[in-house]
Design a protein around this ligand. Structure first.
Ligand SMILES: NC(=O)c1ccc[n+]([C@@H]2O[C@H](COP(=O)([O-])OP(=O)(O)OC[C@H]3O[C@@H](n4cnc5c(N)ncnc54)[C@H](O)[C@@H]3O)[C@@H](O)[C@H]2O)c1
Length: 393
């Protein structure tokens, strides 16, 4: 089962993510077999890869020889029989449980006894996908972020049946591709898509209450908080249809915990077809001659907004730790490298002081009387005992 530089890689699904994974593996010298159920998608994938790689040459980051080498190692195939000689196969097809189960069962019938199988799913459980496999011990989640060749983080998610040997081999391979790997439990949203919910959810709540407009909230998070993008800009970029669907699925998966409640403001945007940048308008208007709302540059208000979103994010990071989803180090690495946060949230909590974070949350909980703001027990314990999340202090 051991994986090394000469391991052959299979990728099923030549869309955005599959193409990116194939590019990474070929860059690191592997022969890659990239399959798609739709032959025209293979053409699209090949063209997009050529464009991406040619741009690297134009920018002086790669030589023509290097990109030719990468392209020659990617075999665009219209049949999974080519997976027979592969050592690991990544599934990156549509996010549909039945489609994934069917495709993986067909792949399992072809691959060798020692080949590892992985899924790039963002929202389905590894357990549910594995239920159709004969040998779920060699199956796990390997979650890349978009764009895969650029984003450093990869979440490694063993399922309920995955053998630790399989997890270790897969993790070592991905690390050898210059990625930062974190280990996550098979729970909704894994680390990043769970812990990041308040970045959107609390921002939307502040907006809905009329405390500030979207431009002011974005300004507070970027200028006062150091985040690369504000929540509204980011939701406009991701697309409200996609972001709302993820929020709704996490909310359902957590048995309707009010911490993850979706927002009406966002639902209305989706219903109206205002999906964000891709449709020309979301919270911001991207059309020509658009007249966009200006932020209200009030530092007191800005800090109030930043602190409220930040303590909600920290509470979620503490919960991921409390529920054994990942280690302190991995929770922080995940947010820094999966969504480019300026600091790890638990590192941030230590800087601000768990006591201060707790008192901010308690103020919110007192005021609203909502379960949404309940402080995590681990945060409470750290505050009470004067402890920190990281041991260094
Ligand atoms: N796009 C993202 O930001 C992102 C990030 C992380 C994970 N993911 C996950 O990665 C997976 C792929 O997402 P994507 O954004 O690349 O989607 P995509 O729509 O760009 O690509 C999916 C590809 O799968 C192909 N396909 C569909 N059914 C197939 C089948 N039965 N067999 C083989 N190929 C099939 C399609 O032709 C398409 O080329 C999903 O599970 C998604 O949740 C996506």
């Amino acid at each position: 089962m051991s994986l090394n530089k000469s391991s052959k890689i299979g990728v099923a699904g030549a869309g955005t993510m599959g193409t990116g994974i194939a590019q990474i593996a070929a860059t690191f010298g592997h022969d890659v077999y990239l399959f798609d159920a739709y032959p025209e998608q293979l053409e699209t994938s090949k063209k997009s890869l050529e464009n991406i790689l040619n741009r690297q040459v134009e920018k002086g980051r790669m030589s023509t020889d290097e990109i030719e080498g990468i392209l020659s190692r990617i075999h665009f195939v219209d049949h999974i029989k080519d997976f027979a000689g592969c050592d690991i196969v990544f599934e990156a097809i549509v996010e549909n449980l039945q489609a994934k189960k069917d495709q993986l069962a067909r792949i399992e019938a072809i691959i060798s006894k020692t080949c590892i199988l992985a899924s790039n799913t963002s929202s389905l459980s590894i357990a549910s996908i594995s239920s159709g496999l004969k040998k779920p011990v060699r199956f796990l989640g390997i979650h890349f972020f978009n764009p895969a060749p650029v984003m450093k983080l990869v979440e490694i998610i063993p399922g309920i049946s995955t053998e630790s040997e399989c997890t270790n081999h897969a993790r070592r391979l991905i690390s050898s591709w210059n990625k930062i790997t974190v280990l996550a439990k098979d729970t909704p949203g894994f680390i990043v898509n769970r812990v990041a919910r308040p970045f959107y959810g609390e921002a939307l709540r502040i907006y809905e209450e009329g405390i500030a407009n979207h431009a002011t909230i974005d300004w507070a998070l970027k200028v006062l908080g150091g985040f690369k993008m504000g929540p509204f800009e980011l939701m406009d970029l991701i697309g409200h249809d996609v972001n709302y669907a993820v929020t709704e699925s996490v909310f359902k998966a957590f048995y309707y915990d009010p911490r993850f409640k979706p927002s009406f403001a966002q639902k209305r945007l989706v219903e109206a077809g205002r999906l964000g940048k891709k449709s020309g308008i979301g919270f911001y208007d991207y059309r020509e001659h658009a007249n966009n709302t200006e932020p209200h540059l009030d530092e007191t208000l800005g800090n109030e907004i930043l602190n409220r979103i930040l303590v909600m994010l920290i509470n979620e990071a503490a919960d991921a730790l409390f529920m054994n989803i990942a280690t302190v180090e991995d929770v922080d690495l995940a947010m820094k490298h999966g969504v480019n946060y300026p600091k790890g949230l638990l590192e941030w909590a230590d800087e601000l002081g768990p006591n201060w974070v707790l008192s901010e949350l308690e103020t919110l909980q007192d005021y609203y009387g909502e379960d949404r703001y309940r402080p995590n027990p681990l945060l409470k314990q750290k505050a009470k005992d004067g402890e920190y999340f990281h041991e260094k202090r």
